[in-house]
Design a protein around this ligand. Structure first.
Ligand code: ATP
Length: 361
């Protein structure tokens, strides 16, 4: 296992710059996700770290070893890095045992060691008993487990994952998310995971690196990104927030602020980051659907308002509602028990700690 250090990485395909000055680290044993919309450069970054794509500038270190510097790249098989792909890439004509043993055989490890290590790896991924099956005799989920066993069996210094769960059905994907993290923790394996699915990144990662247009726009723990988005993009991408334009009325150094939403609704909130605090001007107020609570009529606590219900949709444990507050339309998730009706006026409360003010238009 080793620490990964990427500094000022640039990848250009002719005039298309897919990755621009990307710098980040993954600590020894850490699980980090590259998250972002399609085309933001996350797969290119991952493939460049694996050595499957050439770099145009910057450096990549794994531990003390230099993997890429200013366009000179160490070949993939000399990096000590394994990758798990979305497409499983399990060889259909080989048995599960031979699929997993492949990397050990290339290294000419003694037969007894190969048998022991493959046995352990298959056990780790819950496939003991499947050693003699062929790739064609496995379900998608089982093939993904074979790919995982094949990736960990050679004890790589770094594991890379390129959307490895996105071909699985929803139920299996949910289970595999937990299993994969459990396995990574048990092995203490330094891991970099690419996904465009924010809930997957939130659930699995120690840290998330959020990318847009080839650049890193924000990074931090899942909680950091959820509670302190630095931009409209981060707020909308992580947790799908309501964003309203607002005007600052006053603010304090502890980040608390009072802002007016369109329709002259004054809300107490707090600036996402200290460096963004300002005492006047236009800002964005980020209010998450799950932080809007229905309270009894007449409630007069701070940030308590009357809102009109415009639509109600049943989700099971919750209803998703569209509410009109002043001139602002908000999506709210309320308990499904005693749901509001369309056209009704309800009393809502948004805790000041759940109103995040972002200093960006
Ligand atoms: P997705 O989730 O869709 O895979 P991504 O964030 O992983 O997206 P990349 O595959 O890294 O994005 O692509 C980043 C940008 O680089 C895109 O604009 C893409 O069109 C471009 N790109 C990728 N590979 C090549 C290539 N071989 N030649 C030219 N442009 C490329």
């Amino acid at each position: 296992m080793a620490k990964l250090r990427v500094e000022d990485l640039v990848v250009a395909y002719g005039a298309v710059v897919a990755v621009r000055d990307v710098s980040f680290t993954v600590e020894d044993g850490e699980f980090v996700s590259l998250l972002g919309p399609s085309g933001c450069g996350k797969t290119t970054t991952l493939r460049c770290i694996a050595g499957l794509e050439g770099s145009s500038g910057g450096t990549i270190h794994l531990g003390d070893a230099l993997m890429a510097a200013d366009g000179r790249d160490v070949p993939p098989d000399k990096r000590g890095i394994n990758m798990v792909f979305q497409s499983y890439a399990v060889w259909p004509h080989m048995s599960v045992f031979e699929n997993v043993a492949y990397g050990l055989r290339i290294r000419r490890e003694p037969t007894a060691d190969v048998e022991r290590k493959v046995g352990e790896a298959l056990k780790l991924v819950g496939l003991d008993g499947f050693a003699d099956r062929y790739g064609t005799e496995l379900s998608g989920g089982q093939q993904q487990r074979v790919a995982l066993a094949r990736a960990v069996v050679t004890s790589p210094r770094l594991l890379l994952f390129d959307e490895p769960l996105s071909n699985l059905d929803a139920g299996l994907r949910d289970r595999m998310r937990f299993e994969l993290v459990e396995l990574q923790r048990r092995l203490g394996q330094t891991s970099l995971y690419v996904t465009h699915d924010q809930s997957e990144a939130m659930l699995m990662s120690d840290r998330i690196i959020l990318m847009k247009d080839g650049r890193i726009v924000q990074s931090g723990t899942p909680r950091d990104l959820y509670e302190r988005p630095a931009s409209r993009f981060a707020a909308e991408f992580i947790g799908n927030a309501n964003i309203a334009e607002a005007t600052v009325i006053r603010s304090a150094r502890d980040r608390t602020a009072l802002a007016a939403l369109p329709g002259n609704i004054a809300v107490e909130g707090h600036f996402s980051r200290s460096e963004d605090i300002r005492s006047s001007g236009s800002v964005l107020a980020c209010i998450r659907a799950e932080s809007i609570a229905r309270v009894p009529p007449g409630g007069a606590d701070l940030n308590t308002f009357d809102a009109r219900v415009e639509s109600v949709g049943f989700l099971g444990p919750q209803v998703t509602c569209t509410l009109k507050l002043g001139e602002v339309t908000l999506r709210a998730e309320l308990p499904a028990r005693n749901p509001p009706s369309v056209g009704e006026s309800i009393r809502i409360r948004i805790a000041p700690e759940d109103v995040i003010i972002i200093s960006e238009q």
